[in-house]
Write a protein that binds this ligand. Structure first.
Ligand code: AVJ
Length: 322
């Protein structure tokens, strides 16, 4: 049955995946150093991200939930009937619950999530909320998982759901590649429903990534704690700092981990040198204007059919079709 083939595929893929060690050392050996934001999301990182969403400065999640409260019925109607909902980076799937509720719990749901803990928890939560929901979880990196057509019900309309402005974590070329992957997965009758943070004043955006309680800083530096645990590294978190600045010209938050001093860090079986004030890039969070996002989607052969926003027009959910 379909579930078995998904599971087999996931095991086969895990075997082919580069190890955490190889990927991290690859990034630490680049100049300037650079690591993927996907490394944030171990169990503690996923929990810290949930806490970020509750910070007063981090408007994104509240704006998106408010938008869903106001427009979920309209969005569900635009998706149509017999939907197979594939969610990229589903995390706690809090937004998905609202959407599935508006779909009367009728969808088939495929959450794709890199953190096994977050995935298991969200699947339990959704099954409790919607007993009739057909859930087929995939624990994988959504940038590299394969979705084989023969695994899927043939008649359902495939919709990739990608909320939270996570697409904003990708640079233009990578964002276009990911949108093209979605386009392949959804086929000619499918759609993509994408949450995108909108451009706005610098102060509002910058404070969202520099909350007063320091949760975002803890989230950023948790990446180093994770490497200490999983790669036998010896990062001392007190000797590094979180830095998030908004680049107005490029419309993106640039998050770095900055080394306070010159230091030599053990990572797995090697040593990595940091200069004083050296900054390692760990995340971009792009913000788009509606025309800017339409232009990006067009490069992947996708067309913006509908845009929903919250009342203050801070955040958008956009429906893309081939
Ligand atoms: C929801 C993953 C897109 O970039 O806003 C939050 C991650 N990083 N605070 C974002 C994040 C720092 C978040 N994403």
């Amino acid at each position: 049955n379909a579930r078995t083939s998904w599971l087999e595929q996931r095991l086969a893929q895990d075997a082919a995946m580069p190890t955490l060690r190889d990927e991290v050392l690859g990034g630490l050996r680049r100049s300037p150093k650079r690591l993927s934001p996907k490394f944030f999301y171990d169990a503690r990182g996923s929990a810290l991200f949930e806490q970020i969403c509750d910070q007063p400065e981090y408007y994104l999640t509240r704006a998106e939930l408010e938008l869903l409260d106001a427009h979920a019925d309209d969005i569900a109607a635009a998706l149509g009937e017999d939907v197979l909902l594939i969610e990229y980076g589903s995390g706690s799937a809090r937004k998905t619950a609202r959407l599935i509720e508006a779909m009367q719990g009728e969808a088939r749901y495929v959450p794709v999530e890199i953190s096994a803990t977050a995935l298991d928890q969200s699947v339990d939560d959704l099954r409790a909320l919607f007993p009739a929901l057909d859930v087929a979880p995939i624990c994988a990196d959504f940038t590299s998982f394969q979705l084989e057509s023969h695994d899927l019900p043939a008649h359902a309309r495939r919709v990739v759901y990608f909320p939270g402005s996570t697409l904003g974590n990708f640079e233009t070329a990578d964002a276009v590649a990911l949108l093209k992957q979605m386009r392949r997965q959804i086929g000619a009758n499918g759609a993509a429903l994408i949450g995108i943070d909108l451009r706005k004043d610098k102060a509002t955006i910058e404070s969202a990534y520099n909350d007063a309680a320091g949760v975002t800083a803890a989230f950023t530096l948790n990446m180093l704690a994770r490497f200490n645990r999983e790669l036998q590294a010896d990062f001392e978190l007190a000797h590094f700092a979180h830095r998030a600045r908004y680049n107005v010209a490029l419309g993106r938050i640039e998050t770095h981990i900055v080394s306070h001093r010159q230091q030599r860090i053990r990572v797995a079986d090697t040593f990595i040198h940091f200069d004083a004030d050296e900054a390692m890039l760990v995340e971009y969070s792009y913000k788009y204007s509606p025309p800017g996002f339409a232009h990006l989607a067009a490069q992947a052969g996708l067309h913006v059919q509908r845009i929903w926003t919250d009342a203050q027009q801070r955040f958008s959910v956009q429906l893309l079709v081939p």
